[in-house]
Ligand binder design. Structure first.
Ligand code: ADP
Length: 393
């Protein structure tokens, strides 16, 4: 069975075609700069990479046709009937969605009703969903929400201490994100621990980064909030900040609310502190070369990650496993080391030798009270699993 996993952004369309239930990637790719005359299509399959540049791709429908034709022309599928289902990543499901959902007109309307909570993401997802529904009208399409896994958070953990009416009228609360990844990684850790009441913290650290506390397989708290801006500093996001900065920047620089918000989302984090780059590889290299602000960018992030882990340790009443995942969590040993050395007071000890290893690994020392694992995430597989699960219902 072949399932397509799709992540549609405002000007991009990422996809992976998976063989299920084997969970093997058949092909993957991305269409970038949709809406421009210099769009690009990259298709990877069988160890080869094909790229088409300077394409005119006016909208997502054209991008979807391009992807499907690419699959057909390269013999990856011999007919459209071979695609048995499509799963769409959707960033915001609000309180409306407690599980993934088979897409129909009503589900699309519900996703659209949450646009205020995810103004950059949800409208783009809907464009992607509509394009695939048009291209593959007889195939099951499923929306898989980044927020669903965190819907088990108790009220005291997801409510802000703001006027209650803000929550009632406008849904102002923490929703979290990266739920599919936190669920995938914590399921592996939970099964490995082999106990019902497992206590797990997952650090998903990529360009976007979030930490979650998972007890007995359920998310009970997470660092991202109403939007992905809350929590720890990231590639370009500041993470938690005193909102009074909005007034100060308005008074000092005449910044609008949108401008300050944009700077907090796109010009902060690694990029803002170092003044160099949002990419951890550049930051680590510069820190090694003695760049103080690059080192500071790593230290500020590590400090704040450790703050979350400390508070989640208390919330979980202990900890069995600390898991690192995503681009930085899986690959940047320097970041893992910077975090873990702040956690020794909790009996969490890294084996520096093991921390050098690549891919899935146990990196804690034998006498660590808590297992520390690197577990590569796979959001695409999680999405494809849900397409199959809901297809059976
Ligand atoms: P997102 O999905 O949020 O865009 P990723 O999970 O792909 O982000 O993570 C991107 C980050 O991962 C970048 O900062 C990048 O430097 C880092 N990264 C990816 N591969 C490596 C690697 N081999 N070594 C160190 N860092 C890496």
């Amino acid at each position: 069975m072949k399932i397509m996993s799709v992540n549609a952004g405002s000007s991009s369309l990422k996809f992976q075609l998976l063989l299920m239930p084997e969970e093997k990637e058949i092909a993957s790719g991305i269409v970038e700069r949709i809406g421009n005359k210099n769009a690009e299509f990259t298709l990877k399959f069988n160890g080869t990479k094909k790229q088409q540049k300077d394409l005119v791709i006016l909208d997502h429908s054209v991008a979807v046709d391009l992807v499907i034709n690419g699959l057909l022309e390269n013999g990856i599928i011999s007919s459209l009937e071979e695609i048995n289902g499509v799963g769409h990543r959707v960033v915001q499901g609000g309180e409306l969605f407690k599980d993934s959902a088979v897409i129909d007109d009503e589900v699309v309307l519900k996703i659209a009703s949450l646009n205020d909570l995810a103004p950059l993401h949800n409208p783009a997802h809907i464009i992607g969903i509509n394009a695939f529904r048009k291209a593959l009208p007889n195939v099951i399409q499923v929306a898989v929400f980044d927020t669903v896994f965190h819907q088990t958070m108790p009220q005291e953990n997801f409510l802000y201490a703001t006027p209650y009416e803000w929550y009632e009228k406008y849904g102002v609360r923490k929703y979290g994100a990266h739920g599919t990844s936190h669920q995938y990684v914590s399921q592996i850790a939970h099964n490995r621990l082999g106990k019902e009441d497992s206590k797990i913290i997952v650090c998903h650290i990529g360009n976007g980064a979030s930490i979650s506390a998972i007890r007995a397989g359920k998310s009970i708290d997470t660092s991202m909030g109403l939007t992905p801006l809350e929590g720890i500093p990231m590639g370009t996001r500041s993470g938690n900040i005193d909102p009074a900065v909005f007034l100060l920047m308005s008074q000092k620089e005449g910044y609008s609310l949108e401008k300050t918000l944009n700077e907090l989302n796109r010009a902060s984090g690694y990029l803002g502190v170092s003044g160099l780059s949002h990419d951890s590889r550049d930051i680590v290299d510069a820190a090694h070369a003695g760049n103080h602000r690059a080192q500071l960018a790593i230290d500020i992030q590590a400090k704040r990650i450790a703050d979350y882990i400390g508070s989640y340790y208390v919330l979980l009443e202990g900890l069995d496993a600390l898991c690192f995942t995503a681009g930085i969590g899986e690959n940047a040993k320097e970041v893992r080391e910077a975090v873990c050395k702040r956690l020794e007071v909790l009996g969490i000890k890294l084996d520096l030798e093991k921390n050098n290893s690549r891919g899935e690994a146990e990196i804690s020392s034998d006498d660590s009270k808590v297992k520390v694992w690197v577990i590569p995430t796979n959001e695409e597989v999680m999405i494809a699993r849900d397409v199959i699960r809901l297809g059976k219902k």
